[in-house]
Design a protein around this ligand. Structure first.
Ligand SMILES: [Zn+2]
Length: 147
């Protein structure tokens, strides 16, 4: 088990040899539709979209790489108990890394928004299950918006 300075258990980057399958199965059972309805009602959250640069980025990298990058981003920028620049760690610009846009669109951009939108409390590290959940929400938004 890897630990960083904030004692976060990091997600395995290689799902084939991980021990997270139980958590993954539980997260897969969560119905995300109610969340997506709530997000659609927010003027701010529903204002985010993927532009041509973002879509080209996804096409070039492929979904597996996008998901791996999302997991790494969550482990580094969201999972620690304390994040000095919380609320400012996720860029809003198009064309850098499309999951950043998805994070804003889904309330997964900072610990404040994770608490407000997903009921995940601030001030403690994210569990592996919460990291898997956040990744799933972001990937789901990307797939729905990469049309
Ligand atoms: Zn936020």
């Amino acid at each position: 088990m890897e630990r960083n300075s904030n004692n976060v258990r990091e997600l395995s980057l290689f799902p084939e040899d991980d021990t997270e399958s139980e958590e993954r199965q539980e997260v897969d059972k969560i119905d995300l539709q109610p969340l997506f309805y709530r997000l659609a009602k927010s003027k701010f959250r529903s204002s985010f979209y993927l532009n041509a640069k973002d879509k080209a980025y996804i096409k070039e990298k492929g979904w597996d790489k996008i998901e791996q990058g999302t997991r790494e981003t969550i482990a580094k920028r969201l999972a620690p108990a304390f994040i000095p620049n919380d609320g400012k760690q996720t860029p809003m610009r198009h064309g850098i890394f499309p999951p950043f846009i998805a994070q804003h669109a889904t309330g997964c951009c900072c610990r404040g928004c994770l608490e407000k939108w997903h009921g995940i409390p601030k001030g403690r590290p994210l569990t592996v299950k919460e990291q898997i959940y956040t990744t799933r929400v972001i990937m789901e938004w990307l797939r729905r918006n990469d049309l």
